[in-house]
Design a protein around this ligand. Structure first.
Ligand SMILES: *[C@@H]1O[C@H](CO)[C@@H](O)[C@H](O)[C@H]1NC(C)=O
Ligand SMILES: *[C@@H]1O[C@H](CO)[C@@H](O)[C@H](O)[C@H]1NC(C)=O
Ligand SMILES: *[C@@H]1O[C@H](CO)[C@@H](O)[C@H](O)[C@H]1NC(C)=O
Ligand SMILES: *[C@@H]1O[C@H](CO)[C@@H](O)[C@H](O)[C@H]1NC(C)=O
Ligand SMILES: *[C@@H]1O[C@H](CO)[C@@H](O)[C@H](O)[C@H]1NC(C)=O
Ligand SMILES: *[C@@H]1O[C@H](CO)[C@@H](O)[C@H](O)[C@H]1NC(C)=O
Ligand SMILES: *[C@@H]1O[C@H](CO)[C@@H](O)[C@H](O)[C@H]1NC(C)=O
Ligand SMILES: *[C@@H]1O[C@H](CO)[C@@H](O)[C@H](O)[C@H]1NC(C)=O
Length: 345
């Protein structure tokens, strides 16, 4: 009996000391991704990957992490994308590009954590040049936190992303909190297609996030269930969206979504359901409640997602148990000249 207890204590002590911390090296003026990816071959479990404070890392090529177990990625330094548009477009247009500049391919117990220092821990996408050029060709998405079971995304800070920010497709048991997305243009209205969080998978809580952007603050995709999105500030975007669902006859399935305690400012929509005619399937048990808005033309809306819905099929995504509760605020007059600056998606 005594022997058994001693052994398990020892085993616990060994486990607890087994986490390796790897500080990502930085080479002046050069791409810091290759050395990280090389090192990751030995760090895919029980490790902390640290981007050090005081350093600006050049993420000139995409990062694709291997499958991870018990790994923390700490972004204490700044990370910068290439500033040059054609350099990124060439990479995004090449065969095998995974879709996002930073990709988690899967794993268990993975934490992606930013810095609490306001001057450090930013990921700078240099999106301004793309927005000014209205260039939407071969844009990378930001961070794909995909196929992770038990994941945390916290304290992350994104500065002028080129396009979509965080996506969680195929993941489960995710907690994303205290993240900041600043997709605010210095020269125009809020920039196109800079969605905040895209929820896929199941059992996720998104809370206490701060999002200024030019597309959906949240978008919940087909296959998502048990999603809570709360206590969040959304400014400038297209709303708290389900969908779009049913494109090209897709059989959608979205269940148990709760969106509550949201402040929205100058957003095109508040609660929003987007579906394509000709789709199929079901979105059920979706609640939006305690939504406080200022200058929002359409606080609650269900509209076709695209300009040409499929009229050859009489099917549609079915909806059931939608609740819109306690919306308060100021509706802004809809001015087509302003709203045409918004992308329809
Ligand atoms: C999760 O991973 C961290 C290391 O990043 C480790 O300290 C912790 O014990 C792990 N949790 C579980 C439940 O294994
Ligand atoms: C959230 O992050 C900000 C920095 O982005 C920090 O100032 C603040 O303390 C964090 N809040 C919590 C509760 O950790
Ligand atoms: C880190 O990046 C952000 C966004 O580009 C910038 O505002 C901040 O000044 C940078 N920090 C330092 C110490 O350079
Ligand atoms: C979602 O929550 C419901 C009710 O709490 C539960 O029965 C179901 O198993 C959950 N779904 C998933 C995919 O975990
Ligand atoms: C239109 O609906 C039909 C039948 O559901 C489907 O086969 C086709 O892919 C749809 N087209 C589009 C553009 O959604
Ligand atoms: C509806 O979703 C909520 C979460 O938003 C969940 O707690 C509840 O069990 C779901 N109800 C049904 C009937 O699935
Ligand atoms: C309605 O929402 C506001 C926040 O927008 C909140 O302060 C208030 O308590 C809510 N009322 C109810 C009855 O939940
Ligand atoms: C409409 O949906 C039903 C099943 O719900 C399916 O049997 C039928 O083929 C669909 N029709 C079209 C035109 O897609």
């Amino acid at each position: 009996m005594l022997f058994g207890v001693t052994t398990s204590l020892l085993a616990y002590a060994c486990l607890a000391t087994a986490v390796t911390t790897f500080t990502v090296p930085q080479l002046a003026g050069q791409d810091d991704t290759p050395a990280l990816l090389e090192a990751m071959k030995d760090l895919s479990s029980d490790s902390t990957i640290l981007f050090e404070s005081g350093i600006t890392y050049n993420i000139f090529t995409p990062i694709q992490f291997p499958e991870l177990t018990n790994v923390e990625i700490r972004i204490e330094g700044n990370l910068t994308y290439p500033t040059d548009i054609p350099t990124i477009q060439k990479i995004v247009g090449a065969a095998g590009f995974p879709g996002s500049w930073i990709t988690f391919t899967g794993g268990t117990n993975v934490t992606l954590q930013g810095s609490l220092d306001p001057h450090w821990g930013w990921i700078d996408g240099h999106g301004q040049a793309w927005w000014d050029a209205q260039n939407q060709i071969n844009r990378p998405h930001g961070i794909a936190f995909s196929h992770i079971n038990n994941g945390v995304i916290r304290d992350m800070k994104i500065w002028k992303p080129i396009a979509w920010n965080f996506a969680t497709s195929g993941s489960s048991n995710i907690h994303a909190f205290n993240n900041t997305i600043i997709a605010v243009s210095s020269t125009q209205s809020f920039p196109f297609n800079t969605d905040g969080f895209s929820a896929g998978g199941s059992n996720m809580i998104f809370e206490d996030n701060f999002i200024q952007n030019g597309d959906d603050c949240l978008t919940v995709g087909s296959g998502a269930s048990n999603i809570t999105f709360r206590n969040t500030y959304c400014e400038g975007g297209h709303g708290l969206s389900i969908g779009s669902l049913g494109k090209a006859g897709q059989v959608a399935n979205v269940q148990n979504v709760l969106i509550e305690n949201i402040q929205m400012k100058n957003s095109l929509y508040g609660a929003r359901f987007k579906s394509w005619a000709g789709g199929n399937g079901l979105a059920r048990n979706i609640t939006w409640r305690n939504i406080a808005f200022v200058d929002v033309p359409f606080p609650a809306s269900a509209l076709p997602a695209g300009p040409k819905p499929n009229s050859t099929s009489s099917n549609n995504t079915h909806i059931q148990d939608f609740v819109f509760e306690n919306f308060t605020g100021i509706i802004k007059e809809y001015l087509p000249s302003i709203s045409s600056a918004f992308h329809p998606s």
